[in-house]
Design a protein around this ligand. Sequence first.
Ligand code: GMT
Length: 428
Amino acid sequence: MLFTCVGMCRLYRFGYQVVDEGSGASPPSFYFCRWCRDNINCYANTEFMNIGITVYPTYGGSGIVGSELGRDLAERGHNVHFISSVLPTRVTQLGERVHFHEVEMMSYPLFEHQPYDLALATKMATVMRSEKLDLLHVHYAIPHSISAILARESIKQKRYVPVITTLHGTDITLVGADRSYLPITRYGLQQSDGVTAVSRFLKSATIETFDFDEIEVIPNFICALYYKRLEDSPLRAELAPNREKLLVHVSNFRAVKRPIDCVEIFAKVREQGEKVRLVMVGDGPERSAAYYRAEQLNVKDDVLFVGKQANISDYLGVSDIFLLPSELESFGLAALEAQACELPVIATRIGGIPEVVNDGETGYLSDIGDIDKMTLDTLKLLRNDDLRRAFGQKGRELAIERYSTDKIIPQYIAFYEKIVNKAESAAA
Ligand code: GMT
């Protein structure tokens, strides 16, 4: 059921956001959203912004973060314009304040490779002007920040639109640090009006590699209403018909995620006689190798490759332990989502993971490839229900306390305001 807030915003129209019903005769006659209830003047002085957002629409954590950020900003009253090649997968609904501008590619026999970066820059410049954007926020440095800077420069005589770049991880740790991409990535950072990184680790890595330090850390976030335990879901019985415990892994199955390690850990846990199954959610280049390893280790019937799923929370919400044996993880959004669903996390002690997972409190961390330790940690949690539940509850508590949308989205809004004001002062 949808409600319209009667507070200052008169905007919020999501049933789950309603926290306060009007008293008096039933049925209740009016509703406040949580912001208007908490601060009746919250929107009185707010100037809603026109915000452009560019993400990789179909692949990876940066696309998820950018899309969910846009959705949340629109729910808070801002106008959001997604600019990308296709509608980002997590943007399921366009509406009054969520718009999509498709980057059109011109095919011409002379172009051996179609120049996407230029087509993107052209669309960005068009939208900057037509929608009077206050800022353009791009996720993942390569090539998005370069296209955005080109767009900004091409129209700046008419309108100056500040560019904000959010660094997500492999844009810095792998792609940006490749010698051939390093100078252009550094240029993208220097020329952006504002730069954010998703973890303290990524900020340090950027300083080290690019000698650039004007970076604000704004971490990944979760909606705790969406990511939660689903005790009564029929999916649990489907995945575990004989009441097995469920290990789960979610990723895009790139080599950096080491999905084969999940299969190795699972096979070793099974050797110890545990009644357990492994659910592998997602798809990508390493999926067939992981499947092959499961066949070799004779466990394939209990390793369920369920492919890409629209609602990851359905799977996390019914599982028992989350495996993330990655080689590199600038933050580890999947670990955060798992913790919000009360899953203890077995992960590697790399990148930003220690900022998200408290070793010995919400999960256990190991060196990369230390299958034996990860197996022992998994067994410890499987065999002790109280310990597993305590880890799970602490994980959710910390996830909400540190990374809920209500905590993180306002940080982005404050950063936007700072950058827009700075650009306005510079122009005055
Ligand atoms: O590796 C991925 O899953 C994709 C990559 C991306 O940029 O799309 O994810 C990165 O961004 C996520 C969201 O900020 C982070 O939570 C992931 O840790 C990060 N992945 C890596 O650093 C490998």
